[in-house]
Design a protein around this ligand. Structure first.
Ligand SMILES: *Cc1c(COP(=O)(O)O)cnc(C)c1O
Length: 337
C-alpha cells in the first residue's frame, strides 16, 4: 500500500540531490563563527528579504520565541491573532520565556487589519500592559493556509510604526504566500523588524528556521539562541539543505497548491463534509458532519494509508508538500469513491 502522508509539510525527507549537497558542505564550528555554510545561508536569506542579518536556528518555534524576547520587555503585551502559532503551539513560551501577555485578535481566517491593531493598543496607563509588538502569520496555518495581501501588511506596519510598536512576521510558510501573490520578499522586509522563515516546511529541508532583522537585533537574537540551547556546531550540513531548498524548491510550491485544490475538489462531493475553507495555498481544512465524525473519516483514510490530522472539533487538516504526487491525489479519489 502506498503511504500518503498529508499530516504536515514537515514530513518530507531530503532527496538524493539535497543529501549530496549537504554532504559536500564546507563546515566549521558555528559557535566560533567558523561555519562558512551557515554564514552563506544567513547572508542569502537576509538578502532575499532586503534585511541586514539573519540567524540560523533549530526550529521555527525558537525563531518566534527569540523574536518575542528581543522585541519586548517583561510585562509588555503582544498583539496577535487567536489562531496564531505563537499562541497555540509554542507551549506557553511567550509567558515562560518573555513574560509577556498576548492580546488575541479575532481576525478573518486569522488575518487582521490595521484597524484591529489600532483598536487593541493599550493606553499609556500603569493599569495596562504596555503594547509593544504586533506578530502576524503568513500564510495562516489555522486559517487554512490563507495569505495576506502586501497592502494590508503595509497598513498594519504603518499603524505599528506610528504607535511605536515593533512588527514580527511568523513566515513559516511565507514562500507559499509569495509564489501566489508574486510580491517581492524585499517589500516584506521593509514592513517588519524581524521575520521568521522555516526551511523544514514546504521548502523540504530536514531541519531549521532563520530569524531575520537588523545587525543589532540579530546580535541580541544570538544571545537568546544561546541561552535557549540553540547554538549549534557544524550546522553547515543543515544550512546546506536550506540553501539547496531556497535554490530549488520555491517555485515548485505552486504544484503543491494545485494538488491541494484537487484534494479539496475530491471532498466537495462528499455528504459528510459540511465545509471546506477555500484553498489558497497548500493546506486543506475540512469540517466534518458531527453525526459522521472526523475520527471515523480519519480512521477510514488511515486504513488506506492516507494520513491527515484532527484540527479542532469536527475538523481535519491535510497539507500537501514535496513528497506528494499527482498519483497520490488520484489514489485518494479512487479510495473515497
Ligand atoms: C511550523 C510552524 C512554525 C514552527 O514550527 P517548528 O516545528 O518549531 O519549526 C511556526 N509558525 C507556524 C505558522 C508554523 O506552521
Amino acid at each position: 500500500m502506498m503511504l500518503i502522508d498529508l499530516r504536515s509539510d514537515t514530513v518530507t525527507k531530503p532527496t538524493p540531490e539535497m543529501k549530496e549537497y549537504m554532504f559536500s558542505a564546507d563546515v566549521g564550528d558555528d559557535v566560533f563563527g567558523e561555519d562558512k555554510t551557515v554564514i552563506q545561508l544567513e547572508e542569502k536569506i537576509a538578502g532575499m528579504f532586503g534585511l541586514n542579518a539573519a540567524l540560523f536556528c533549530p526550529s521555527g518555534t525558537m525563531t518566534n520565541q527569540i523574536a518575542l524576547r528581543i522585541n519586548t520587555e517583561p510585562q509588555d503585551e503582544v498583539i496577535c491573532d487567536r489562531t496564531s502559532h505563537i499562541y497555540n503551539y509554542e507551549g506557553g513560551g511567550a509567558a515562560y520565556n518573555s513574560m509577556v501577555s498576548l492580546r488575541l485578535l479575532n481576525g478573518e481566517r486569522g488575518r487582521f487589519t490595521a484597524v484591529d491593531v489600532e483598536e487593541n493598543i493599550n493606553p499609556d496607563d500603569i493599569h495596562f500592559p504596555k503594547t509593544s509588538l504586533v506578530a502576524l502569520e503568513n500564510t495562516v496555518n489555522k486559517g487554512g493556509g490563507c495569505y495576506y495581501k502586501l497592502g494590508t501588511i503595509k497598513a498594519i506596519s504603518a499603524a505599528a510604526k506610528s504607535n511605536n510598536l515593533k512588527m514580527h512576521l511568523d513566515g513559516a510558510r511565507i514562500f507559499n504566500a509569495l509564489v501566489e501573490t508574486r510580491e517581492s520578499p524585499k517589500d516584506y522586509g521593509k514592513c517588519f523588524d524581524t521575520i521568521s522563515v522555516c526551511f523544514s516546511k514546504g521548502l523540504g529541508a530536514p531541519v531549521g528556521s532563520a530569524i531575520l532583522g537588523t545587525h543589532e537585533s540579530i546580535k541580541k537574537a544570538r544571545r537568546v539562541r544561546k541561552v535557549l540551547g540553540g547554538a549549534m556546531r557544524q550546522s553547515g550540513y543543515l544550512a546546506a539543505a536550506a540553501i539547496y531548498a531556497l535554490d530549488n524548491n520555491i517555485d515548485r510550491l505552486k504544484s503543491d497548491h494545485k494538488r491541494a485544490k484537487s484534494l479539496a475538489t475530491i471532498f466537495e462531493t462528499k455528504n459528510y463534509v459540511t465545509d471546506i475553507l477555500s484553498v489558497e495555498t497548500n493546506i486543506v481544512i475540512l469540517s466534518i458532519d458531527p453525526s459522521y465524525g472526523s475520527t471515523r473519516l480519519l480512521d477510514e483514510l488511515q486504513s488506506n494509508g492516507i494520513l491527515a490530522v484532527p484540527f479542532g472539533k469536527n475538523t481535519i487538516r491535510f497539507v500537501t508538500h514535496l513528497d506528494i504526487t499527482d498519483d497520490m491525489i488520484n489514489e485518494i479519489e479512487i479510495v473515497l469513491k
